[in-house]
Design a protein around this ligand. Structure first.
Ligand code: PMV
Length: 355
């Protein structure tokens, strides 16, 4: 599929109709990270993520033919109007205008809710943009257009809202970005990894330590940009491409130790890129480092398979299989919870159910 295959004509839609649609989309956590992009939201390396279960966004989109010359967009988060969210939605709608030409003829009201607190530092863009894209696919159906492959289309649209959002459309392990090691992979949309997954990776926990609540000092948009002309960019992109191959082998074999080594290296590489950017920035907080120290010590002492990954922030995603869960969670409660702000913790896990 090429980008032009997603273009539709206004004449394919009944533009007199009004309606209301709703969708839920799950957040995801990358194991091999996407960091760096070219226009329009084309990743500089492929990525693989786990879609989560308890971290999600629910969105309701009401649409009616526009009343004024310019279309109006209103956004409510937990019933509170958020005018500061509007520019981001407008930008998204402009980006997808070619693929969703009906947007300019409508007024919209969005009601959205995140399962996690807005201030938690958990990025809502992945689940938020994919929930909105799913709504648009349903709106299209109401307007009389049915895409042949709705999931692929909503992944394509989500990507133009926020890169990582395109992976949230599918459950389980999901990949985005063209890779010579994955048949059917694309820079334009994500695809689920369904074959060759060892059972140990199908019941995986992701407990999120909320180390620092609040907005990040540097947004991921700026972080991606700083990979342009970054002295280590090419090395990083090549390594990530090879890590896709390695992770596929690990997912097949069930080698937990190799899994931990790879995902922790990926997380630290992401943060190393930030530290080596110009201007440099650090998103980890002192308690992030303390928690990683304690985790490594615990693993050395017990040999239990507790690993971490990080997204572009101070929070830690603790990854562990169901086996050994009790001892690991007792350790989290006693040693890691005190490092979280307001004792914030989210017990999540990978989700393999189709929504
Ligand atoms: O989708 P964005 O632009 O918010 O970028 C996400 C980047 C990381 O979360 C750090 C990595 C990833 O692959 O999700």
């Amino acid at each position: 599929m090429l980008a032009k295959d997603f273009i539709v004509q206004k004449s394919e839609f009944d533009l007199n109709k009004s309606g209301k649609v709703s969708a839920k989309s799950l957040s995801n956590i990358a194991l091999v990270k996407y960091w760096g992009k070219t226009d329009p939201q084309i990743p500089t390396n492929p990525s693989i993520s786990y879609t989560l279960t308890n971290s999600y966004t629910e969105t309701t989109l009401s649409f009616e033919p526009k009343k004024a010359n310019e279309s109006e967009i209103r956004v409510f988060l937990d019933e509170v109007e958020k005018t500061d969210f509007v520019p981001k939605i407008k930008k998204f709608f402009q980006r997808i205008a070619e693929y969703a030409p009906y947007l300019e003829d409508y007024d919209f009201t969005l009601h959205t809710h995140n399962s996690f607190p807005h201030s938690s530092g958990i990025a809502s863009s992945a689940s938020g943009m994919s929930a909105l894209s799913k709504c648009l696919i349903q709106m299209e159906v109401e307007l009389g257009y049915k895409a042949k492959n709705q999931l692929q289309r909503s992944s394509f649209l989500s990507r133009l809202g926020s890169g990582s959002a395109c992976r949230s459309v599918y459950p389980g392990l999901v990949t985005w970005g063209e890779s010579e090691y994955i048949e059917g992979s694309s820079d334009l949309f994500a695809i689920p990894l369904e074959k060759d997954i060892h059972p140990v990776f199908k019941a995986f926990n992701d407990t999120i330590l909320l180390i620092h609540e609040g907005t990040k000092s540097v947004s991921s948009t700026v972080g991606h940009q700083l990979m342009n002309n970054h002295p280590y960019a090419q090395l990083r992109f090549n390594e990530a491409k090879q890590n896709i191959k390695k992770l596929l082998e690990i997912l097949k074999s069930g080698d937990l130790e190799a899994f931990g080594k790879l995902v922790e290296h990926e997380a630290l590489s992401l943060h190393a890129m930030m530290m080596l950017s110009d201007p440099a920035f650090i998103l980890m907080k002192p308690n992030t480092v303390s928690a990683l120290d304690k985790l490594w010590e615990f693993r050395k002492e017990t040999g239990l398979p507790l690993f971490f990954t990080l997204d572009a922030g101070a929070n830690i995603h603790l990854l562990y299989p169901d086996e050994g869960k009790e001892k690991i969670e007792a350790f989290i409660q006693s040693n890691l919870l005190p490092l979280c702000q307001n004792e914030g913790i989210i017990y999540d896990r990978a989700n393999f159910e189709v929504l």
